[in-house]
Design a protein around this ligand. Sequence first.
Ligand code: UDP
Length: 483
Amino acid sequence: MANHGQPSEPTPMPHCLAVPFPTQGHINPILEFSKRLIPKGIRVTLLLTPFISKSISARDRTRISALEIGLETIADGHDEEGCPTGVGAQRFDAYVRTFREIGSKALARLVQRMADSGESVHCIIYDSIIPWCLDVAKEFGILTADFFTQSCAVDAIYYGVREGKVPVGETTGYNFGVIPGLPALERRDLPTLLHDCGPDPDPFGLILGQFSNAEQADWVLCNSVLEVEQEELSWLSNFLPFTTVGPTIPLPYLNNQHDNDDTDLHGLSIFKPFNESTCANWLETKPKHSVVYVSFGSIAGLAADQMEELFWGLRNSNHYFLWVVRQSEESKLPKESELSAAAAAERGLIVRWCSQLEVLASEAVGCFVTHCGWNSTLEGLSLGVPMVAVPQWSDQPTNAKYVKDVWRVGVRVVEGGGGESGAVVGREEIERCLREVMEGESGEEIRRNSEKWKNVIREAAGEGGSSGSNVGDFAASLISKSR
Ligand code: UDP
């Protein structure tokens, strides 16, 4: 309708609630994705549980507000202790149930309150493992974006199993050959929840439950990159409109232009103390590609004998190492005399938490010893850092298989991980893997492949690239559907 010269009302910016599952590896990707939406004319309010909200630093709070992202809390019934991480299946199951019950009511109240105060919500972007967010959104007639934080390969495996698209032989097990692109997977390469649920199978229910209502979502987004898992993505897209928007890493890191700008630091750090400047200062003094960075992410806990083998593997390799040992794990470190010997030799630095992207982006780092959580795997791949995969559980063994045999950007330890719980990876094996990645012809080939993938991903994330365009298309479509 013509407005006959009247100044037109500016169209309000669409307002999204971003609801991550409350653990580090789930908060980071949804927060980083939200950051991409702001310059495209979308308003975002991030929902954190009271425990996480309490855990983040004043500095993180300031950064979030500088980015003009709103912050609200969503009750989960666990104000004091948050989500029980680790493999305690029953506690985790109980948490997931309480979060669903309490969280869905809290979410509905928040949406109502926002509508009443003129801050109406147009879309809920939620982690795929909390699919009840979609039910709340539907009650209010709000749009939904279902956000998957694992790889397309792993999503395809879970989807194929849940929907009976993967045949199961009585003796042969699942035949994943039906999913194009997947390498031949042995038992040790499968997500552990497929064969190692423990006494309570509910983590498995949680993982498969991701697909319970996904077909009703307006968008299905995935923190991956088309070029990295093209065939797996294309198979999944036959059933659900999977769209890759990863990696959820700030562009300056991908373009080698990060400069410690406060607003562009990555993720939120729930763990303290955060030894950012210590790491940067230490790394600055080390030659190019000379340091082994070691981290097992925010959840995995190693047995004390595994910590000891790892420590000696690092020491014996004679390379510098920067090792993240969370405070809750510190008591398992080998006794102090051995550690101070390493410190005296200035070979090793052990910190409680760091800015992983800052570390991976440092020229000094030559290798990443990782548990292969999907964020860490994608961060290593995107920043061109060769990897030694030491998978522990969940999707990590499958990510490790891709590191070694699909992208060929690293090696995987031969023992341990992949549900073979209790199997300790010995110091000789760790040393062997470090040498294979850091030294000689094998190391050079791995580095060439790593550089290749880094460039592929940088292109994909940029404005005209596959993920860059998908983010733009999502924002444009959200704006148009919100009118
Ligand atoms: N991370 C970090 N500092 C550390 C260790 C990890 O910032 O010292 C970040 C890392 O960059 C990644 C996340 O924590 O984004 C861990 O997620 P991932 O999926 O790799 O593993 P999870 O913690 O879920 O097992």
